[in-house]
Ligand binder design. Structure first.
Ligand code: UD1
Ligand code: CA
Length: 438
């Protein structure tokens, strides 16, 4: 495929979202929806990419990679006006123009490629991506003449009762011959309920001028879901979530209940790791091989687990690294921590990482044993093989030496008697055994 220019329409206000955040920046599985559209653009590999921005354009611009030409739409006069804004940037361009809406994040690469291929092979003037659906409400309807050729699009708001019955809808994704598109755009008038310049009117104009209009149908409307409201956003999120979970399962991760497992975009999870229900894993979290996570765990951004980590019930872990074979099995909060290998973190352990103004780091070295209900007031450091007694509060700036035992509030070092040493040794061997069994 050659000579393609892509125009991304992302100027609109978030009116139906009832939001101050531009629609293109609302996230799906932790990633702004525009990000997914940009992936599509990359896959197409066009000669030119133009993003039409408007509402809070500086915020949207921050997401765009270098090489994307930005044009501003000052007044949101409709999708045709938005495409017109891209004209000066494409004045000398001859070829195929692909129009993408920033609120269509679920489209698949193959579909876009199929659309472009059909358009170029048939030498059409315009090719629409359409779908046949049971509930076409909200979408533009495809009009066809008596020969079944596409003759126009009528918007939902402007459709009469007869047209509202039409089940073939406009997904909004379309490609055009550049000269035919820009010639037709000049003739679009805002003669409709919304008093807007509709890009969809270009189709009727090209038809009247004797142009060839083709279509490619998609089977699954989910792919073309346009996100206009928060209800649509939740639907799209669910679809995206299913895709992410299925990809992970295919790569060797067990997800016990995909419906109650929420994994963000870009999370990496190793083979033979099991994720138990009601678990939230935020975007870009990294989990090694053979780990076990949840049920009811919340792993937030900046978290990474080495292999064989066991993170059990009712946990929140954020911006923390856990070394191989470390266990944290029951209700804990771990923030801004660097935790070594084979550490055992007892139930109810909390890192007090925030003093009201700043966040501080907790360091726990290999083989340490953190007793139940320990509070670690960061910044704090626990040495190798060190033990904290149940209920101890290790105060700010403390540095517990290797092999030491601290107990109490505030935690003080006590001589480690041989029986404690023995007990910790026993715990340690049991732990190793349980890991092996897994
Ligand atoms: C549009 C189509 C409709 C189609 C539906 C599919 C038109 C007139 N209608 O309707 O046929 O079924 O998508 O989802 O095109 N935008 C601008 N500037 C503007 C107006 C909109 O950049 O002045 C951008 C928006 O930010 C958005 C995209 O264009 O990303 C689509 O606009 P939207 O208002 O969501 O169109 P729909 O009503 O969904
Ligand atoms: Ca839309």
């Amino acid at each position: 495929m050659k000579n393609i220019a892509v125009i991304i329409l992302a100027a609109g206000r978030s009116t139906r979202m009832k939001s101050k955040v531009p629609k293109a920046l609302h996230p799906l599985c932790g990633r702004p929806m525009l990000g997914y559209v940009l992936d599509l653009v990359k896959a197409v590999g066009p000669a030119k990419v133009i993003a039409v921005l408007g509402y809070k354009h500086k915020e949207v611009k921050a997401l765009l990679p270098a090489g994307v030409k930005i044009v501003l739409q000052k007044k949101f006069l409709g999708t045709a006006d938005a495409v017109k804004c891209a004209y000066p940037a494409l004045k000398n361009f001859r070829g195929t123009v692909l129009a993408l809406y920033a609120d269509n994040p679920l489209l698949k690469e193959e579909t876009i490629k199929k659309l472009l291929k059909a358009h170029q092979e048939n030498n059409s003037d315009a090719t629409l991506l359409t779908a046949s659906v049971d509930k076409p409400d909200g979408y533009g309807r495809i009009l066809r003449d008596k020969y079944c050729a596409i003759s126009g699009i009528v918007e939902d708001k402007d459709a009469d009762d007869f047209e509202k019955e039409i089940k073939e809808i406009n997904t909004g994704i379309a490609c055009f011959k550049s000269n035919k598109l820009f010639a037709a755009l000049r003739q679009v008038r805002p003669n409709n309920r919304k008093k807007e310049y509709y890009l969809t009117d270009v189709i009727g104009i090209i038809y009247k001028n004797g142009g060839l209009i083709d279509s490619v149908k998609i089977d699954d409307l989910n792919e073309a879901l346009g996100i206009n409201s928060r209800v649509d956003l939740a639907r799209a999120n669910k679809i995206k979530q299913r895709q992410i979970n299925e990809e992970l399962m295919k790569s060797g991760v067990t997800i016990v209940d995909p419906d109650s497992t929420f994994i963000g975009f870009g999370a990496k999870i190793g083979r033979d790791t099991t994720i138990y229900p009601f678990t939230v894993i935020e975007k870009n979290v990294k989990i090694g091989k053979r780990c076990s996570v949840g049920p009811f765990a919340h792993l937030r951004e900046g978290t990474s687990f080495d292999n064989d980590v066991l993170a059990g019930n009712f946990l929140e872990i954020v911006r923390s690294k856990l070394g191989a074979k470390t266990l944290i099995k029951h209700f804990s909060y771990i923030g801004d921590s660097r935790i070594g290998k084979s550490v055992n973190i007892g139930a109810g352990t909390v890192t007090a990482n925030f003093d009201g103004k700043n966040k501080f780091i907790t360091v726990i070295k290999d083989n340490a044993l953190i007793g139940s209900d320990t509070i670690l007031v960061a910044p704090v450091k626990i040495g190798k093989n060190a033990i904290t007694g149940a209920g101890s509060v290790v105060v700010k700036n403390a540095s517990v030496p290797d092999n030491a035992l601290v107990v109490g509030v505030p935690a003080k070092q006590v001589k480690l008697n041989p029986s404690t040493r023995l007990r910790s040794l026993r715990v340690y061997t049991e732990r190793r055994r349980s890991i092996k069994k897994r």
